[in-house]
Design a protein around this ligand. Sequence first.
Ligand code: SF4
Length: 454
Amino acid sequence: MTADGNFAPAALQGSRPAEACAPELPVLVERGQHEVFCGLTGIIWLHRKIQDAFFLVVGSRTCAHLIQSAAGVMIFAEPRFATAIIEDRDLAGLADMNDELDKVVGRLLERRPEIKLLFLVGSCPSEVIKLDLSRAAQRLSSLHAPRVRVLSYSGSGIETTFTQGEDACLAALVPQMPAETSASPRSLLVVGCLADVVEDQFRRLFAELGVGPVHFLPPRSSGELPPVGPQTHLLLAQPFLAETARLLENRGARRLAAPFPLGIEGTTAWLAVAARAFGIDPLRFDAVTGPKIERARRALQRYRKELEGKSVFFFPDSQLEIPLARLLARELGMELAEVGTPYLHRRHMAPELALLPMGTFLSQGQHLDRQLDRCRAARPDLVVCGLGLANPLEAEGLTTKWSIELLFSPVQGYEQAGDLAELFARPLRRRAKLARLAEAPARAEPVRILAAGE
Ligand code: SF4
């Protein structure tokens, strides 16, 4: 790191030259039919993170089925989420929805005494019938205080797309965070759900750098909500937290602008911004990060051989597309055919946009048919898309990567850089293997016939 806070030049070796494209890069904005998850999906990773929280979706059977299929086998492990299904008699006004909800919550809390924080999660049906969940949450909170705190947020498909569910959930936590006291030291608040293993690695790294105290939002336990105020430096670990960041800034926190910690370059720049804010000696920064960068570079090298020169097309899904595209282009040598994002927050994304190669084709929102046409015309080597598009595109001979895996797997930081690259290399390897197998029967045919004595 240099004195002006730029990250170590060593981190850039092996990357493309930084032909920065202006943050005001033109973006194709599209509206139309789109193919994305709603915000309820965030429950799957959030419930694993906040270990004493329960997520009660107030919705229909569709919502229950969505969560079940997204959670896969997790639903057999007594998970901390469920759906309170709005029945016909609720809709017909034959039952008081609030009474029903109070009964369901009462039974749930009796059966699961370990729950300390309950989220009532709004859905399309609860919103359409205008069920006021924030008022219900206040009522239930006073009913079950001090044992359980009840909050609400919306994960509905009308209001949220996929990862925006996490933003809505964390935004609901911000008013609950204690205020800093006048004696509070300068602190770092890392915001965004990270796998525990990644969080632990970052904790160790910040400790080695001398940056601290460091808090994480969301915390692992609802009783550990970090303090916030003017002494708080806010560092986003995920790109989809616009509302949470806004509320934290309203409470006095200062946001540190940085790329996101994906790949070597992103991680180094992300750490460097925090190190600079805490006045850490650049030599110390280099001494701490140098060996880790070296190890990560060795891990990336083998994947670079597989990915270099291949083209990739991103359908909009999680808002992780731009940082991932930056990593694939600069550290793994891939060509960017199109980078689609469901939503582009210019201010939060500015450091990322500045690192994208010149002329990158960016799109925001979706018109599915038009985007599919562009994808078919581009015939990219790899398509990153949601589950609903993956199989049909595979059937058309395109190679796909399911984007949801990028949310469920630990991908941030130096130690995960190789695993992240592997997620993109694997489908290409599988496609090559299948192509070899498809040729194999043709070669084997004469042998089989001869063996049969024909
Ligand atoms: S919240 Fe809306 S989009 Fe999501 S599963 Fe329920 S009905 Fe479907």
